[in-house]
Ligand binder design. Structure first.
Ligand SMILES: Cc1ncc(COP(=O)(O)O)c(C=O)c1O
Length: 409
């Protein structure tokens, strides 16, 4: 008899997007002529930058000729890409990260999900609330929590992002070993300053803890004083792993390329308190379970770092940021407090009512789909998330409809 991993029974059904789809389908069936505008899901809508497409084509042509054909590549990624990442994304901003500390992968989702495999089962984990659900569910699957109670899993320490703390959580009051942080944040769109990030690094150093820093939305930061990487904070190389992705940066959600930085200075401890190299274990894990990202995809990602690529990537994020600014301004004008949208593609809106109720209201009155905040955690109740990933025309139409339909609220 095949016994199951019963931790999977603790998982709450992936209710959010299926429930959204169900409600949208019902509405569409009842209103077949209504053009629904989707501002819920965080998937990009614009084509890959031309520089990436050219590099992609060229690499595919190389695969067509025996002399330049490539088979299995290095599990950690090709040196050409690791070198560009280290130079442009880190060294250029004063963060001392070397190419062999970069692990190329097919997504920040897999990396943020897989990384917890390196930790003991009784590791105390702190997760944000609201949260990108991958951090939570992968630790539940591994068995680091007990059951679901009152909208939360017992066993996690929840780092609450609320209006009271301006959506940047306070340090945990109890001792934790691993801390997930995400800035610019999904779903709140909030960024963090260096002064706000420094205490987290200090906490991790004092407590031999590790920060898993998800910077998937870094490309949207426009204020140069904000940290783009946790390694801009002194001492973070000892206590932080950073995840980044080409998904939102360069439109790679369907192409798949990302990377994780594991500094060689980071340590992990055995039960006798002996220190081991975290880098060595992630390297071991990846070499055993992962066979690398395809050569043409890595060449396409490399093109992001050419001058044409940099400009095109900037144009892409500018496009979405223009949408985000319009969302924020319009929604605030209607009278709902918002955060995010200035250095992030998400706008987090305080609805002053149940988030599913507000979702239904927008759908029924305006034919617009948002994401109910309650789907991201207990602190998301009373909020909704708008995504700026859409055409400007759709966003403008959606906002007109919203303004019109909420007049009588
Ligand atoms: C915070 C955050 N991290 C990671 C990811 C996943 O990125 P990738 O497409 O590289 O798997 C997402 C995607 O929505 C995200 O919101």
């Amino acid at each position: 008899m095949i016994r199951m991993n019963e931790n999977y029974l603790k998982l709450q059904a992936s209710y959010l997007f299926s429930e959204i789809a169900k409600r949208v389908n019902t509405f569409q069936a009842q209103n077949p002529d209504k053009k629904i505008i989707r501002m819920g899901i965080g998937d990009v809508t614009r084509a890959l930058p031309n520089a990436c497409i050219e590099a992609f084509h060229k690499a595919i042509d190389e695969m067509a000729v025996n002399a330049t054909f490539r088979g299995y590549g290095p599990e950690q990624g090709y040196a050409f890409l690791r070198e560009k990442v280290a130079e442009h994304d880190y060294q250029a901003r004063g963060a001392e990260i070397s190419p062999d500390e970069i692990f190329i992968s097919d997504g920040a989702k897999c990396d943020t999900g897989n990384f917890q495999e390196l930790f003991a089962l009784d590791t105390r984990i702190a997760v944000p609330d609201p949260v990108y659900p991958v951090y939570v569910d992968t630790n539940v699957m591994a068995g680091r929590t007990s059951s679901w109670k009152d909208g939360r899993y017992e066993g996690f320490v929840y780092l609450e992002s609320t209006e009271a703390n301006d959506y940047v959580p306070a340090l945990p009051t109890e001792k934790v070993d691993v801390i997930y942080l995400c800035f610019p944040n999904n779903p709140t769109g909030r960024t963090i300053t260096k002064a706000q990030l420094r205490p987290w690094v200090d906490y991790a150093r004092e407590n031999k803890a590790l920060i898993l820093y998800d910077a998937a939305y870094v490309e949207f930061i426009r204020d140069d004083s904000l940290p783009q990487s946790i390694y801009e904070i002194e001492g973070a190389q000892d206590v932080a792993v950073e995840f980044r992705s080409f998904s939102k940066t360069a439109g790679f959600t369907g192409t798949r390329c990302a990377y994780t930085v594991v500094p060689k200075r980071c340590k992990i401890y055995d039960a006798s308190h002996n220190a081991h190299s975290l880098h060595a274990f992630w390297d071991r894990r990846q070499s055993t379970k992962f066979n690398g990202v395809s050569y043409p995809v890595q060449r396409a990602a490399e093109a992001v770092y050419t001058s044409a690529g940099k400009q095109q990537v900037r144009e892409l994020s500018d496009y979405y940021l223009k949408n985000a600014a319009l969302i924020r301004e319009t929604i605030a004008k209607i009278g709902f407090p918002c955060v995010g949208g200035d250095h992030a593609p998400y706008v987090w809106v305080k609805t002053n009512m149940d988030s599913w109720q507000f979702f239904d209201l927008l759908l029924e009155r305006a034919g617009v789909v948002c994401t109910p905040g309650a789907g991201f955690g207990k602190c998301g109740e009373g909020y909704i998330r708008f995504s700026a990933f859409n055409s400007y025309e759709n966003v403008a139409t959606a906002l007109q409809r919203i303004a019109e339909s909420l007049k009588t609220l």
